[in-house]
Write a protein that binds this ligand. Structure first.
Ligand code: BMA
Length: 314
């Protein structure tokens, strides 16, 4: 009889081509390209909705498409989605997270950044050319949101990260019948106590992924150090029937800044995924590198789940 595999922290494999997208490849002037949402399209190609920061310091979103999800990107010649001109988006829009719903529509949650702070907005699309903008669905201070890919007990569900000055940033869940009005708010998970890699704040990386073990949540965690913040990536599993319950949470991070492009840039020591695609058992994480360019790292989904199954719920 073969021995059960030990549940070690899953290993990641970075693309040799990293950074796979950067400002030097952009068809128009840009300061930095980072924190992309990701979607697998019907023809098997990959679409990244990239955060593009201009030299004013404001961001918009631009689509890049690739047949293999690694190379030969076709980038929209001009911004795909921009701030709508309202005071709530006067500093731009950031950090899209794309969920493919089972009716075929893509739900894009993004941060609207205005004078009153960051809030969560939602836009629906089928082609990433035209968007039905539903506006702000969760007011400031709130960000790091993504819809679940399937309804939970008959309702749409969203994970998001309201900020509380006294309690730091934790992940919450809310439900809706119509995508516009959200309620039944529950707290899901908090930043860990001081001393952990995810002690300063946490936030969703990409949308939850439905697995036989429950809803897989890949999240970023921040640690504040004397030299600044370090953004790393870990994972947790939520109960499949009642996702406000955490059934497992990895004690360690599995992706952290290590290469020169991740350690140096506009903001040092940041890996920040906003989306992933699942190709067979390979989870492809697309992430911002030091708020400057985009990298790709893959992790085995069975390995990730094996590790989480052996992790306590805390
Ligand atoms: C977070 C977000 C991200 C950014 C990260 C590191 O709070 O603003 O967009 O990548 O900080 O600067």
């Amino acid at each position: 009889m073969s021995k059960p595999r030990p549940a070690t922290t899953p290993s990641v494999l970075r693309a040799v081509a990293n950074p796979i997208l950067h400002a030097g490849m952009w068809p128009y002037p840009a300061n930095s390209i980072f924190n992309p949402g990701a979607a697998l399209l019907a023809d098997g190609s990959t679409l990244l909705l990239c955060r593009v920061e201009d030299r004013a310091g404001h961001s918009h979103l631009t689509a890049a498409r690739s047949a293999d999800g690694i190379s030969t990107w076709k980038i929209d010649p001009s911004p795909t989605l921009t701030g709508d001109g309202t005071p709530e988006e006067c500093f731009g829009i950031e950090d899209p997270r794309i969920t493919r719903l089972d009716d075929g529509r893509y739900a894009v949650c993004f941060t609207s950044y205005g004078e009153a702070g960051p809030s969560v907005s939602l836009a629906m699309t089928t082609d990433f050319a035209t968007f039905d903008r539903l506006g702000i669905i969760l007011p400031p201070n709130n960000k790091d949101a993504a819809l679940f890919p399937a309804k939970v007990a008959g309702r749409y569900a969203i994970l998001h990260r309201p900020s509380c000055p006294d309690a730091g940033g934790g992940i919450w869940i809310a439900y809706s019948d119509d995508l516009r009005h959200w309620g039944d708010h529950r707290h899901v998970m908090s930043a860990r106590p001081a001393g952990f890699w995810d002690s300063a704040k946490i936030g969703l990386a990409g949308p939850t992924i439905q697995t036989n073990d429950g809803w897989l949540v890949v999240y970023h965690g921040v640690r504040n150090t004397a030299a600044g913040s370090i953004y790393r990536v870990g994972a947790a599993l939520l109960d499949r029937n009642d996702p406000c319950h955490v059934v497992a949470r990895g004690r360690e991070w599995f992706l952290g800044p290590a290469t020169p492009d991740e350690r140096q840039g506009d903001v040092a020591d940041v890996v920040f995924p906003c989306g992933a695609t699942l190709i067979g058992n390979e989870l492809r994480l697309y992430y911002g590198m030091a708020d400057t360019s985009i990298g790709l790292a893959t992790v085995s989904l069975p390995e990730l789940l094996h590790w989480l199954r052996a992790s306590p719920s805390e």
